[in-house]
Design a protein around this ligand. Structure first.
Ligand SMILES: Cc1cc2nc3c(=O)[nH]c(=O)nc-3n(C[C@H](O)[C@H](O)[C@H](O)COP(=O)(O)O)c2cc1C
Length: 175
């Protein structure tokens, strides 16, 4: 995989999670626990500055198989794609589980690979962010100051876990 480093302060010039992630720029959140690699499609995410670190935040529901790998790994990646070309693959990754499909990435038509040693990503990605996990906490019902959000976003009360990761590197994939 041929890549070009992106300066951390340039990330939001390439990806704007506020404007684009919910619309059409879903990413794959992928983790490697040393035994398995698995990723899921994520539409919720944020970039910012937290605890004096450039930070990516993801929101992962408890039932996701990827969560079990995230919990056993110090790192996760966020891989962004050319949406029009890979929409079907992203939909596949967002509707199938690695719990029963060990080759989920390949089945989605993607080519799993590694960057920076053992950080998992996909050959077809166009932009990869490598994060070192430093915070994890589950959202709690009583913490919502607008309870209508609970009804709308968590009717099953499966509150997401908030994972914050220090962005340690970002890469643009060169074709
Ligand atoms: C467009 C889209 C966005 C999604 N966003 C999230 C998300 O932000 N967090 C989450 O936990 N699940 C999200 N999902 C659901 C997971 O991607 C889905 O449940 C996936 O099959 C889980 O895979 P896993 O069990 O292999 O981890 C999204 C699904 C789609 C299609």
């Amino acid at each position: 995989m041929k890549t070009k480093k992106v300066e951390l302060n340039e990330i939001t010039k390439v990806i704007d999670p506020v404007a684009s992630m919910p619309k059409n720029d879903w990413c794959l959140v992928t983790a490697n626990d040393g035994e398995r690699v698995n990723g899921l499609t994520a539409g919720w995410g944020a970039f910012g500055h937290v605890c004096n670190k450039p930070t990516a935040t993801i929101y992962i529901r408890p039932q996701r198989f990827t969560k079990s790998l995230l919990d056993r790994s110090d790192y996760f990646t966020m891989t962004f794609f050319d949406f029009d070309k890979y929409k079907d693959a992203l939909m596949y990754m967002g509707t199938h589980t690695g719990a029963t499909e060990p080759e989920k990435g390949k089945n989605a038509g993607l080519t799993p690979c590694f960057i920076d040693g053992d950080k998992p990503t996909y050959e077809e990605g166009r932009f990869v962010i490598v994060c070192r996990k430093f915070f994890c906490q589950q959202m709690a019902e009583e913490s919502f100051t607008d309870s209508s959000i609970v009804d709308r976003s968590f009717p099953g009360k499966d509150f997401s876990y908030i994972y914050m990761g220090e962005i340690v590197a970002a890469y643009e994939v060169i074709r």
